[in-house]
Design a protein around this ligand. Structure first.
Ligand SMILES: [Mg+2]
Length: 375
């Protein structure tokens, strides 16, 4: 099943958020998202999404660095030459370009979608997915007070979410977690995500979280600090989950060999696409380490790729796969992603490709920059 990609189009949209999103540098009303449109020589089309943010505060990549990497180096590697297997795209990219994993993923994943479309099968089936439904967890940002957080946790529980994750930072941790713990009840797991806000010197402080029976503490230390994570894990009963640290299959192997984590968060858009994501999944499965799929404030297009990945067998923990309506006034796909009352999302296994239709008119309306990449 060889095919040739004829055209790569970059389309940046500004997608209005349902409610303003507070980040350290200010408040945003809309999310800048770089979309990628692939078209093959037979006129078949697949859309992809780059997960990079506006600023390099999660990873070094941004919307603008990804646009440059795709335009200057990656898209030219994708166009013209026959693609016999989507699994060969990553080696092709990696042979020529170091890093830039979010940019690579934005191109690699829709190649899988295109292959699935051509075979009239779902993306989930194409990549080896087994699940029909996936448990959904919610991620709650740092709130104004423990009381406000408790209200949000109770609402999430009532909505049916199967796991609640609370962002923490120095100065907004123990009291907030205590409030969340009191609000959540005993039926669903509670976890925390520090986004690398702590240092190993905080180990005694973090050990106080052990009394709350958390499912995990995500990324407590700097992404580069595998050895320090291993030391911290020895001092905590709460399992450490790594997110930002896991950039490649080799990195995942190192982290597990060192004992830096007992759980791994895999975001395909962060690690270079499905080839790397599946390899990390397999590394973890071999060692009995459970994985789950995190979110990057994706539109419904990026969500489709996450849902497909999360249908793989070792994604045994709830993923951050909130429905479209949580973030967006209106999504750019139809049907929008929804969550059932039991807190699950359905894997669209009976529809070819990504399983949702891109609302191209809406994408065009929201577009702030569009360019066709020259081969
Ligand atoms: Mg995280």
């Amino acid at each position: 099943m060889t095919f040739i990609i004829r055209q790569v189009t970059l389309q940046e949209i500004a997608l209005p958020l349902r409610e303003p999103f507070r980040i350290s540098s200010g408040t945003v009303q809309e999310r800048r998202i770089l979309l990628v449109r692939l078209e093959d020589v037979d006129g078949m089309v697949a859309w992809g999404e780059c997960v990079a943010g506006e600023a390099p505060n999660y990873s070094p990549e941004t919307v603008d660095t990804c646009r440059h990497a795709i335009r200057a180096w990656l898209a030219p590697l994708l166009m013209g030459d026959p693609i016999a297997d989507p699994a060969l795209v990553t080696p092709r990219f990696d042979a020529a370009v170091r890093g830039h994993r979010m940019a690579k993923a934005a191109l690699e994943m829709p190649v899988w979608a295109l292959a699935a479309e051509r075979l009239h099968e779902s993306l989930a089936t194409r990549i080896g997915g087994a699940r029909a439904r996936i448990d959904v967890g919610i991620s709650l940002g740092i709130q104004a007070s423990p009381e406000v957080l408790a209200t949000k946790v109770a609402a999430a529980r009532a909505a049916g979410y199967n796991r609640v994750k609370v962002k923490i930072a120095p100065g907004a941790d123990l009291q907030f977690v205590a409030a969340a713990r009191a609000a959540i009840g005993t039926k669903i797991p509670l976890s925390v995500d520090a986004n690398a806000a702590y240092r190993l010197e905080d180990a005694d402080h973090l050990a106080q979280l052990d009394s709350y029976g958390l499912a995990m503490i995500e990324q407590p230390l700097e992404p580069e600090d595998l050895r320090r994570h291993a030391e911290l894990q020895q001092r905590l009963a709460t399992p450490i989950c790594l997110d930002e640290s896991i950039t490649s299959p080799a990195r995942a192997e190192d982290a597990l060999a060192m004992g830096s984590a007992r759980i791994v968060n895999i975001k395909p858009g962060r690690v270079g696409g499905f080839s790397a994501a599946r390899a990390i999944h397999d590394v973890c499965a071999d060692q009995g380490v459970p994985v789950w799929c995190g979110g990057m404030l994706e539109s419904g297009i990026g969500r489709a790729y996450n849902v497909a990945l999360a249908s793989l067998p070792n994604f045994s923990l709830p993923g951050d796969l909130s429905p479209s309506a949580r973030y967006w006034e209106r999504d750019i796909v139809q049907p929008e992603w929804t969550m059932d009352g039991d807190g699950t999302v359905e894997v669209p296994r009976n529809r070819p490709g990504i399983g949702v239709t891109v609302d191209v008119d809406r994408v065009d309306d929201l577009t702030v920059a569009r360019e066709e990449v020259q081969a």
